[in-house]
Write a protein that binds this ligand. Structure first.
Ligand SMILES: [Zn+2]
Ligand SMILES: [Zn+2]
Length: 99
């Protein structure tokens, strides 16, 4: 890759990072009664395959991401909360049961 192409590529990447920083991401549970949104990019992402995550989601691994709490808000109906282990609270929809 030439130096010119590398510079153009890094300009595009910095533009994408800027868009990611200002965009709003929205999500919902299976029945769409629980909704949420956050602004900006996630601060971390991971896959977890601990017993609790696997049982809570009936999956071999669960993908998680983290955002600053000030940029996140629940926007749908109220959540049910279950303490699955010390200091760990799992929220889910009381209608469809999805986390
Ligand atoms: Zn639901
Ligand atoms: Zn886990």
């Amino acid at each position: 890759m030439s130096l010119l192409r590398i510079k153009a590529h890094s300009r595009r990447l910095s533009l994408l990072k800027t868009l990611e920083d200002v965009m709003t991401t929205r999500g919902f549970c299976f029945c769409r009664k629980i909704t949420w949104e956050h602004e900006g990019a996630s601060t971390w992402e991971c896959y977890c395959h601990c017993d609790d995550c696997r049982r809570a989601c009936s999956a071999p691994a669960v993908a998680w991401f983290g955002v600053p709490s000030k940029s996140f808000r629940w926007t749908g109906q109220a959540l049910k909360t279950l303490q699955s282990s010390k200091g760990v609270y799992r929220h889910f929809c009381s209608d469809c049961g999805r986390p």
